[in-house]
Write a protein that binds this ligand. Structure first.
Ligand code: CTP
Length: 417
């Protein structure tokens, strides 16, 4: 669980780090370290002149990925680095250091190296508001004060590119003044402030279960349900984006996630899900059980495939463990427990009963009566119930939007809220 008053900086982003050729490039090694410490995956793209200031080997070793510089391999192999793919992979592009030359190219649409090609390929990045591009300028005082640099930066800011620094201090020329690249830790803190903000999930650990469970009848057949896991995965993605360390326990689903900050455990049966959740829950600040756990399992699972025989087949079922009820009963102080309920009739009454019976802090009610809600669709319509408050009925939204609404509410339930 989160300890101490200052949560660690967690970004959980895929960062395309553009390193251009200035003396501040020597700080890039530390910057990669700080980004990795903040839970980021880092892909370094260097301009050719950046190689004069820091070796690609250093940055490749720290980022655990090959460093890319050329648009096209110069060995006649026909290999090229796909700037479009790189830009789509990234959540964020950070150009640090951003030299006067690179800023000028970015502002004026020149495209003679891989770094700039990536910048121009950022979806919504090269233009338009909501840009996901940040620059940390670094240059000498007169270059920084030059009207062309000011104009270039103004142009980039108008397109939504955000600047971090520079700071005042001693410069490589020996002069003192503005133009020094911000320190790596300060750059990462500024990114976190811009992207994660003051979410109460930042630095907290959250357990989220998702998808169905399968209860074996024989080696071929099982009892399952129609849950796709999409709601739970949307919650895991959103929690990680808010800076949480997420444990995702997933039943058999056809979903994948490559979001940094999500640690996934795959399970099949309710018993496996119970075991996985139990081993993780005590260290978590919040538990969100969005999984559709089977309530019953065959008392015996046949060792070999059951043959038709001709008669009626009776399968005796026994109850599974109510995972959320036992986690809630054994929860550490301050842990917030959130459950889901899918109902088909008397929805509110059943949901209120579940909220009280399982001693939950929040219950997310889905009704199969609502068009656009439930299994296998990208939208959901839910009502949030918490002890002592009126039910809050939310409109039909995408599962990503529902995830945001649930986590907004969850954030108000932490003891320090
Ligand atoms: N749940 C659980 N373990 C189970 C069954 C359900 O942890 N064995 C959790 C679900 O993940 C969900 C909540 O309990 O967060 C409610 O699930 P639901 O199936 O709606 O409730 P049940 O208690 O099974 O009640 P019923 O089936 O009678 O509606």
């Amino acid at each position: 669980m989160a300890s101490g008053p200052v949560p660690p900086i967690t970004l959980n982003r895929k960062v395309l780090l553009g390193v251009s050729g200035g003396i501040a490039a020597y700080k890039s090694a530390l910057l990669v370290r700080e980004l990795v410490k903040a839970g980021c995956e880092v892909q370094v793209v260097m301009t050719p002149s950046a190689h004069d200031f820091v070796t690609p080997l250093t940055l490749a070793t720290l980022s655990k990925r090959p460093v890319l510089t050329d648009l096209f391999a110069r060995d006649g192999s026909g290999q090229w680095n796909d700037h479009v793919h790189l830009a789509r992979w990234a959540d964020v592009m950070l150009v640090a250091p951003a030299t006067a030359n690179t800023l000028a190219k970015m502002a004026n649409g020149l495209c003679d190296n891989l770094l700039i090609a990536c910048y121009l390929s950022m979806p919504g990045g090269a233009g338009g508001p909501g840009s996901r591009v940040f620059v940390a300028p670094a240059m000498d005082l007169e270059m920084w004060k030059d009207t062309s640099t000011t104009a270039n930066l103004e142009r980039l800011r108008e397109r939504g590119v955000r600047t971090i620094g520079p700071e005042s201090g001693e410069l490589a020329s020996g002069l003192s003044g503005e133009g020094r690249m911000s320190e790596p830790a300060d750059i990462v803190a500024a990114l976190a402030q811009a992207l994660v903000g003051n979410s109460r999930l930042r630095g907290r650990t959250v357990l989220i279960s998702a998808g169905p469970t399968q209860e074996a009848i024989d080696p071929v057949r099982y009892i399952g349900n129609r849950s796709s896991g999409r709601m739970g995965f949307a919650l895991a993605e959103e929690a990680a984006l808010r800076g949480a360390n997420v444990h995702l326990v997933a039943g058999p689903v056809a979903l994948r996630t490559d979001r940094p900050g999500i640690h996934r455990t795959d399970v099949v049966s309710a018993a496996e899900m119970a075991e996985a959740c139990r081993s993780l829950a005590s260290a978590c600040d919040a538990v969100i059980m969005s999984a559709a756990v089977a309530d019953f399992r065959p008392k015996r699972s046949a060792d070999s495939k059951i043959k038709k025989g001709g008669g009626v087949l009776d399968i005796e079922l026994e109850p599974t463990e109510d995972i959320i009820a036992s986690l809630s009963a054994q929860r550490p102080a301050g842990q917030v427990v959130v459950g889901f309920a899918l109902e088909t009739n008397n929805e509110l009454a059943h949901a209120q009963d579940k909220l009280a019976r399982k001693k939950l802090d929040l219950l997310v009610l889905n009704s199969l009566q609502d068009p656009g809600a439930g299994f296998g669709v990208d939208t959901n319509k839910v009502t949030l119930l918490a002890p002592g408050t009126d039910p809050a009925e939310l409109p039909l939204m995408s599962k990503a939007e529902v995830a945001r609404a649930i986590l907004d509410r969850l954030e108000t339930l932490f003891p320090d809220a």
